[in-house]
Design a protein around this ligand. Sequence first.
Ligand code: ATP
Length: 306
Amino acid sequence: MSTVIATRGLAKQYGRVHAVDGIDLDVRAGDVYGFLGANGSGKTTTVRMLLGLVLPTRGEIDLLGERMPRAGRRVLPRVGALIESPAAYGHLSGRENLALLDAAGPGGGRRDRRRRITEVLDQVGLGGVGRRPVKAYSLGMRQRLGLAGALLRRPELLVLDEPTNGLDPQGISEIRELLLDLHRGGTTVFLSSHLLAEVEQLCSRVGVLDRGRLVLQDDLAALTAPTGATVVRTPEPGQVRAVLDGRVAAVDGERVVVRGGDPAEVNALLVRAGVPVTGLAADRPTLEEVVLAAAATSADRVERER
Ligand code: ATP
């Protein structure tokens, strides 16, 4: 699978602040890559470096197989980007704003351009309001207009910094559907977010930034793979302990974690003993648990290095 974004030892220092501290990103064609991190962890700085808007202090960036920022002129037209709140002229309509963006692009007939603008406005759900001035748009509508701008040139790669910022739940789910649609059409998506749930629902691959360091990077399916234990839900955790002597790894209220990954076998034993069971499933870590564990391990390492 070809690599779409690759960085090696990428770092940015502002005075004494190590905003980004030597990260090796690996984003492959066809990924929906979720770049997670708390506020201030360095996500925006990284995205800006990827797009040639900020120069790295150290390290290398390959974007669509070419070295950045040197190859920016060639590569950036193939990348759609949305960073922070998108700028737009308030007195102009959504259509007019997109036409201005498009005018900076490479050719195409007027009619084709107009058709493309109509297409992207429909795609982001602004079809009905494209002629209204942007100053009358809500925050969510502005965000979607920014996304429409990013889509104009049918990019191979979309780079989005917190794309659902300021959107209501309805807007968030519409953007999610849109991104999944684009992904099905072959677009690779790289999005930064501080929302675990958003990344968990949308992404196939995850990178986690913690104080400028990449503490985790893997496929979501691998990160949340079954642990080999079974989770039993029961109002009688004590009875489970008695029946499955020595196999109970943890009890948390009505949730009992049993060693042994065959839920059917565990169920048979409990039913035979007359233990009431209200739920049964293979144990999987949530993305939140995985991220917290990775951050804690990294903090330990930083502590030891001091
Ligand atoms: P947020 O989600 O709040 O935008 P982030 O993860 O995108 O956070 P960055 O904006 O990349 O984080 O900031 C990382 C660190 O670098 C912060 O400590 C920030 O204060 C610092 N920083 C970012 N840009 C600059 C700058 N231009 N000058 C000085 N410090 C900066």
